[in-house]
Ligand binder design. Structure first.
Ligand code: SAH
Ligand code: SF4
Ligand code: F3S
Length: 466
């Protein structure tokens, strides 16, 4: 899933200054990691931990890591190097600092991390976050802890009780994990190995968490899953529900104005989900639907299990019900064996589909994945050339999409103060950042705005009053 949007690295904001221990969490990778970092902090709050933004003040540092591409994984080791220097500079007598590595690098590399970086005290994978307090006790007892087992049952133990999110909700938008893991095994991807098999949370747990978030002031929820539209959760009302039915249920929650979900696989867009885009006003007209390549040969080699024509058909079908749908996608260039003709097919697919936004990457061979041992690896030089050409086209499309909103009126969820005095920043239905002049009292509300300016990355406009 949006490791896409996974480019970001986030540190969590400081919580109330309390006495007691301080935790600093640095998050890499996709939105699921962002969500999980909050879960870790939840799990430690009862132990007296509060969050700090100042790493030098932390008793516990957790790096919540991403393994999707080599660069993402290597970032962890450079960060550990920086932490070691910082800790050494504190000198003797300074307080102890425990260092933990969580997330997908932890899951993939396990004890190798401690071998390579002995300063690390604790390595733990995404399935063990609920056990963090007890793992830390083992560390305090002088053990070096590596916990990367996948539990046989109750894979969602590490997810929160609904109450936890009430205290944790900050702001007006929130993530909510509904599904984890992936069974697709695309030949380039580590996720099925780092996150394990697909599991869906029961409907009632999701609805409870959504209600708690709304009660805490949230009005937009993004449902998360590595393969979110493969969701198939059990319902108290009977049977197994797909994502379309889940969205319908969530849309009944008063005060929940906007629903999104990410990331979807084209193979799992069923009719009920397509209908949800047409019929449920709360479901936003924006869909991240990665295709990776426009070449049938490469799609097959990637094990994506659909063709270029099937992707076009799907896009047409969704747009038929929701003509204003904005599409976003992920692309990989330089997959082993990608010829000029294959790349040209990707470019032509992009031209035909017209994306509002997209993420694109050079293929990065990942240890243990089938494509990594493919003989026909593409040179870095050629991949760079292709990436530049592809990104140039995607940027043009993004600018064109933003420009198409000029002079229109749209609803904007005003989320926070903007950079300039008197300015607020919010999001359009299509996930564009929108800047307007408006009083702070409107933060947390959805307002009609007339768009008077567009750039590559944002829109600006005026509040429509009266
Ligand atoms: N479940 C999501 C993908 C999550 S990973 C999906 O199927 O869309 C996010 C993106 O990272 C992928 O869509 C892909 O474009 C990119 N990616 C994954 N593995 C990669 C690799 N080995 N090299 C380059 N990009 C990769
Ligand atoms: Fe990775 Fe493919 Fe699963 Fe997405 S669907 S997480 S790209 S294996
Ligand atoms: Fe997310 Fe990166 Fe893991 S994209 S699932 S944190 S490998």
């Amino acid at each position: 899933m949006p490791e896409t949007s996974a480019q970001s690295e986030t540190t969590k904001p400081a919580a109330n200054a309390e006495t007691g221990k301080k935790i600093f969490i640095k998050t890499y990778g996709c939105q699921m990691n962002v969500y999980d970092s909050t879960r870790m902090s939840d799990a430690l709050a009862p132990q007296g931990y509060t969050e700090t933004q100042d790493i030098t003040d932390a008793d516990l540092v957790i790096l919540n890591t991403c393994h999707i591409r080599e660069k993402a994984a290597e970032k962890v080791y450079s960060e550990i190097g920086r932490i070691r220097k910082m800790r050494d500079a504190r000198g003797a007598g300074a307080k102890q600092m425990t260092i933990g590595v969580a997330g997908c690098v932890a899951q993939a590399e396990g004890e190798e991390i401690i071998k390579r970086a002995p300063i690390v005290d604790l390595v733990f994978g995404p399935q063990s976050y609920h056990r963090l307090p007890s793992l830390l006790k083992d560390v305090e007892a002088g053990k070096s802890v590596v916990e990367t087992e996948f539990p046989e049952e109750d894979k969602f133990k590490h997810l929160p009780a609904a109450k936890a999110s009430v205290t944790r909700a900050r702001g007006f938008t929130a993530f909510l994990t509904v599904q984890e893991g992936c069974d697709k095994f695309c030949t380039f991807c580590v996720v099925p190995y780092t996150r394990g098999a697909e599991v869906s949370r029961p409907v009632s747990a999701i609805v409870d968490e959504a209600r708690a978030l709304v009660a805490a002031g949230v009005c937009e929820i993004t449902l998360l899953g590595q393969n979110v539209n493969a969701y198939h959760g059990s319902s108290d009302k009977g049977g197994i529900w797909g994502l379309g039915q889940l969205l319908e249920e969530l849309a009944k929650i008063d005060g929940l104005a906007r629903l999104r979900y990410t990331t979807s696989h084209p193979r799992d867009m069923d009719d009920a989900l397509i209908a949800a885009h047409r019929d449920i006003p709360q479901v936003m007209p924006y869909l991240h639907l990665p295709v990776q390549s426009g070449s049938d040969r490469i799609l097959a080699a990637m094990n994506r299990r659909h063709t270029r024509a099937e992707y076009f058909e799907l896009v047409d079908k969704i747009r038929a019900g929701r003509p204003d749908l904005a599409l976003s996608g992920d692309f990989i260039v330089g997959f082993p064996g990608e010829s000029d003709a294959d790349f040209a097919d990707t470019m032509s697919l992009i031209r035909d589909v017209e994306y509002a936004q997209a993420y694109s990457f050079k293929y990065s061979p990942r240890p243990g994945t089938p494509a990594a041992s493919h003989e026909d690896q593409i040179s870095n030089e050629l991949s760079s050339e292709r990436l530049l050409e592809l990104q140039t086209l995607l940027t043009e499309q993004q600018i064109a999409f933003n420009a198409s909103k000029m002079d229109s009126t749209m609803d904007v969820l005003l989320e926070r103060k903007g950079r300039e005095t008197g300015q607020l920043t919010g999001r359009s239905a299509w996930l564009q950042a929108v800047h307007i002049d408006a009083p702070e009292t409107l933060i947390g509300t959805i307002q009609p705005v007339r768009i008077t300016g567009v750039t590559k990355n944002s829109l600006s406009g005026q509040l429509i009053t009266g």
